[in-house]
Write a protein that binds this ligand. Structure first.
Ligand code: 3PG
Length: 216
């Protein structure tokens, strides 16, 4: 069984271009998180399995229905199942995990396996996956690597994460091989905690405005 690349989530992420990567250590920040994302029309969130609150955060955010909630740092089938059972609509992994991929394909859940080499990308393609995470993007050659990999993998789009920031995200977004960028620079719990979300809101508004000016 191959991945369904016609899933509408791919079009939506290609429009938003920004995939916030969020690690929850305090569930009381989720309301504010949602508010800031909705206000800035960034309707995606990737909640990482880097804290033991990941499933609870996914459940709470998915239940409110304002955002398209996904799970990140998914390294095991158990995490993927728990995330999907609690409302996750997409799965992101730091590596290519066959049992996670096979489960997602069977459930028609878009899955973004982590890749960094031609071999990884080839393996993803064998599952019919044509959008892959490129991680850690800065260490594995950034845009130069993506351009080189796009020679043979001309039909693949990349979601770079790792080292993407306010300074370089526009350069990535301008590249035709890139569907969107992901990272913790888009919004974070620490930014939300600073001043009731004001700093987080201002940061995100700038990111969105610059994206719109650059890509219009
Ligand atoms: C990931 O898991 O995708 C990266 O750790 C994100 O990296 P960042 O924290 O540099 O955005």
């Amino acid at each position: 069984m191959l991945a369904n690349m016609n899933h509408e989530l791919y079009q939506k992420i290609a429009q938003t271009k920004l995939l916030p990567l969020y690690t929850a250590t305090d569930l009381s920040c989720l309301g504010r998180l949602e508010e800031v994302l909705v206000k800035n029309e960034v309707r995606f969130i990737e909640v990482t399995y880097r804290s033991d609150l990941a499933t609870a955060a996914i459940k709470q955010l998915a239940a409110s229905g304002e955002l398209i909630v996904g799970a990140g740092t998914v390294r095991t089938l158990a995490e993927a199942k728990s995330a999907v059972a609690n409302g996750a609509k997409f799965i992101v992994s730091p590596a290519l995990v066959p049992e996670v991929i096979e489960y997602c394909i069977a459930e028609d859940i878009p899955v973004f396996p982590g890749t960094a080499t031609p071999n990884d990308i080839q393996r993803a393609c064998e599952y019919g996956i044509k959008v892959v995470k490129f991680f850690p993007a800065d260490i594995y050659g950034g845009l130069k690597a993506i351009n080189a990999l796009s020679g043979p993998f001309y039909d693949v789009k990349f979601l770079p994460t790792g080292g993407i920031n306010e300074e370089n995200y526009l350069e990535y977004l301008e590249n035709e091989h890139i569907i969107a960028v992901g990272g913790s620079f888009i919004i974070s719990e620490s930014a939300l905690k600073k001043d009731n979300g004001q700093t987080a809101d201002e940061n995100l508004r700038k990111l969105v405005e610059k994206r719109d000016n650059k890509l219009k």
